[in-house]
Every structure is written in C-alpha cells, then in structure tokens.
Design a protein around this ligand. Structure first.
Ligand code: BJW
Ligand code: ZN
Length: 271
C-alpha cells in the first residue's frame, strides 16, 4: 500500500514536545505484545466461532452460558497479562505532561485493564471492561475481579472445539446481588450492534475537539465509531500519528505512520 504519511521520528519528537493535550486512541494491537490475542488475527476465534458471532446481544440472549464461557476465558487471559513497553511509555508520558501542566487522555477500545495497570490515570474505556458485570434486569454495574465470576464457570471456557460446552443452566450463571433482584448478569462490554455509552461518547467528543496531537495505536480502524475518531481529528488539521504493524483503511488520512510493533515504536516516539 502506498501512503503519503510520513515516518520521520525526529520531526515527530518535535511535535510531541510542543503538544499541550494529546489524545491517544488504542486497540487490541497495543496489548498484543502482552500476549492478549487481537480480533482479526489468529486469536479472533473461540471454539468454532468468530468474535462477531459470539460478542453480540443475540448470542447472549440465545445462549448466555456460551457467552459467559467465552468471557470467562477472556478474563483468564487478561488476569495473567502484564502491561508492555507501549502501555508503560504512554503512562510515563502522561505523568510527565501532567507535571508540566499538559495532559494526555487514552481512549481505548480494549476491555482489558492494562492501561490502568501501567499507571495511566485518564482512561476512557469506550467498549467497557471485562472486569465489570451489568445486570440485565436492574442495570446495576459492578466491578468484579473474582475468578471465576461464579462457581459453575470453574474449569470452563476452553477455546478447543473438541471440548464440549458446559451448557450451564441460566440460574447457575452469575446473578445480580442487589436485594430482590437476582437478575442475570452479563459482561459490561459493548457487543457488536450495541450503542456506546452516550455520556462517554460526549466525553470522547470533547477530548477529540481540544487535542492538538492524536496517536492511533494498534487498531485496525474498521470497527465504528472508534474508526472515525482519528480521521475526525485530522479533518481539523491536527497532526495524527498511526502506530501499527501494517497500514489500515484510515492511514491515508494521517500525517504520520510508524510501522512496526508498538512496544518498540511508541517508547521511541514518546522518549
Ligand atoms: C499491532 C500489533 C503490535 C497487531 N503493534 N499494532 C459504520 C459503518 C460500518 C459499520 C458500522 C458503522 N457503525 C456501526 C457499525 C457496526 C459495527 C462495526 O463497526 N462493524 C464493522 C466490523 C464494520 N459497530 C458496532 O456495532 C458498534 N456499535 C454501534 O456503532 O452502535 C450503533 C449501532 C447500533 C445497532 C446497529 C448498528 C449500529 C459497537 C462496536 C463494539 C465493538 N465491540 C468489540 C467487542 C468488545 C467486547 C470484547 O472484546 O469481547 O470490541 S468488537 C472488537 O473490535 C472489540 C475491539 O475493541 C474492536 C476493535 O478492534 P481493534 O482493537 O482494532 O482490534 P483488531 O484485532 O481489529 O486490530 C488489531 C490491530 O493491531 C491490527 O491493525 C494489527 O495490525 C495491529 N497490531 N499487533 C502495533 N504489536
Ligand atoms: Zn439487578
């Protein structure tokens, strides 16, 4: 693919040093070097299903046991991963900027907890968190680090298609602990076909409006609305830099493109 985006790191370092407010958009690629599989890569499958078939509201209402098994597996992965050099460089940069009266926000599509674990303070989790549950009856959202979330999920969730599904009865799946509710809990993540939290989207819009530099790190830029955030900033004439292993459908909108593993490129760019 040809692109007019520049890859001049020296020039980019200069731009970073002058920025007052950096907005960073991240995707699965930022966690790839921590061992969390990305969606469109080899990891984008569980048993015989593609993520698009199982991370949906229809899949959850038809077979909540299957969807809970899948997320039990995802939680297990997240709980065993550590932030990598890219997460750490972003957190370091935020800390340094804050001391200088400048700021950074991370707008992440990832449902893992790695930006927070790395020490980033200003993080917007636009696709939710795998460490939270939401009650389908009363809407209560709760942080839940228990593993497994409930006893019946113990030992389930293997991605191996040869291992049969657990088919857990719905009354033994995670249930709401609010008094008198006992509703079915679901992972507090944004499934395909669901809308993003409107309060959060308003916050995102504000950040995109005020930033004077934008980094787009490790996302395929094909899932909306996040895929339009970088181009939206670029349309104001603000520099946008993409960090990815490959070009994406949005590369042509951006000023800079740094190709390679972001665990190497991001620390160099924010040095
Ligand atoms: C590296 C690397 C390394 C690897 N270093 N880089 C407008 C147009 C067209 C479609 C739509 C539209 N608006 C809405 C839609 C539908 C849909 C959508 O976008 N579909 C597309 C597939 C076309 N969007 C939605 O459904 C959204 N809802 C919505 O807009 O509501 C309105 C509505 C309502 C009803 C009907 C229709 C619309 C919601 C999207 C929610 C996405 N949810 C998921 C699952 C979350 C829970 C979970 O994780 O289980 O979020 S899907 C999945 O994709 C996950 C991710 O956050 C998201 C983005 O993926 P990401 O992060 O980009 O990962 P990958 O794997 O795709 O890419 C990794 C990249 O990293 C690659 O580029 C690699 O090269 C790179 N990389 N290693 C640097 N070391
Ligand atoms: Zn409830």
């Amino acid at each position: 693919t040809t692109t007019s985006a520049k890859s001049d790191m020296k020039e980019f370092l200069e731009v970073v040093s002058k920025a007052k407010h950096i907005a960073v958009i991240t995707g699965a690629g930022v966690s790839a070097e921590s061992g969390v599989p990305t969606f469109k890569g080899d990891g984008g499958q569980w048993k015989t299903w593609q993520y698009q078939d199982i991370a949906t509201p229809e899949a959850f209402s038809r077979n909540p046991s299957r969807v809970w098994e899948f997320y039990h597996h995802r939680r297990h992965l997240v709980l065993t991963q550590k932030p990598n050099a890219a997460h750490l460089a972003l957190a370091e940069c935020e800390k340094r900027m804050r001391k200088q009266g400048r700021s950074m926000v991370i707008i992440t599509q990832n449902i893992d907890d790695l930006h927070r674990q790395a020490g980033s303070k200003h993080v917007l989790n636009i696709h939710g968190s795998v460490m939270e549950t939401r009650c389908v009856s009363c809407g209560d959202i709760a942080v839940n680090h228990q593993h497994p979330v409930c006893a019946s999920l113990e030992g389930t969730g293997s991605p191996d298609p040869e291992i049969p599904e657990a088919q857990i009865p719905v009354d033994q799946l995670p249930r709401c602990e609010q008094s008198d509710c006992r509703g079915l809990l679901r992972p507090n993540v944004v499934f395909f076909g669901e809308t993003l939290d409107s309060h959060l989207l308003t916050k995102v819009e504000k950040e995109l409006d005020i930033c004077d530099l934008c980094l787009v790190v490790g996302t395929s830029s094909i899932v909306y609305p996040a895929a339009m955030f970088g181009p939206q900033v670029a349309s104001r004439g603000v520099p946008v830099a993409e960090f990815n292993m490959a070009t994406t459908p949005k590369t042509e909108y951006f000023t800079y493109h740094f190709q390679g593993p972001c665990g190497s490129t991001v620390p160099l760019a924010l040095a």
